[in-house]
Design a protein around this ligand. Structure first.
Ligand code: NI
Length: 161
């Protein structure tokens, strides 16, 4: 899991300044389509993903097989009003949360990695998959936020890109 943790750290350190530099971007809260998230809402979704995945990681470390609820992603974004939240605060929360998740991924006991989760009956997925997939999901949304492709230079693990 060291490679996954290192890639996550690399992404945080390289992407956080890129996100901070968007603070004055007038189109940050704009939606290209009423049904799609703005970049601000995508970052809110990534914070929601971080906290939901912290729950999965920690609970999966504690038991061999876990049944877990899904979460209604659009509702989470709307209910928390990410669209009007403070961007710099969001970026620092995103970075801090992900540093902690990278720490969990780098220190997880190897004998827990085959513990499994079912999410609303779908699965089972192993903890090693859930941790790797967390970073892949993050990369997917970062690519959406930086469609010019410059963000991919922060992605170490090009095999999954
Ligand atoms: Ni997503």
């Amino acid at each position: 899991m060291q490679t996954v943790a290192q890639e996550l750290v690399e992404i945080i350190e390289r992407v956080a300044p890129m996100l901070e530099s968007l603070a004055t971007d007038q189109s940050l809260a704009a939606r290209s389509d009423p049904k799609k998230w703005s970049r601000k809402e995508i970052l809110g979704h990534l914070i929601d993903s971080a906290c939901n995945n912290q729950q999965k990681f920690v609970r999966m470390m504690q038991q061999p097989a876990l049944d877990f609820p899904g979460y209604r992603q659009d509702d989470w974004v709307a209910v928390q009003n990410w669209a009007n939240a403070d961007w710099k605060g969001m970026v620092s929360l995103w970075a801090a949360y992900n540093r902690h998740l990278a720490y969990l991924i780098s220190t997880v006991s190897p004998d827990r990695l085959n513990n499994t989760i079912r999410i609303e009956g779908v699965g089972p997925f192993t903890l090693s998959f859930v941790m790797s997939d967390y970073v892949e999901h993050l990369k997917h949304h970062l690519r959406q936020m930086f469609p010019d492709g410059r963000v991919t230079s922060a992605f170490v693990n090009v095999y999954h890109a």
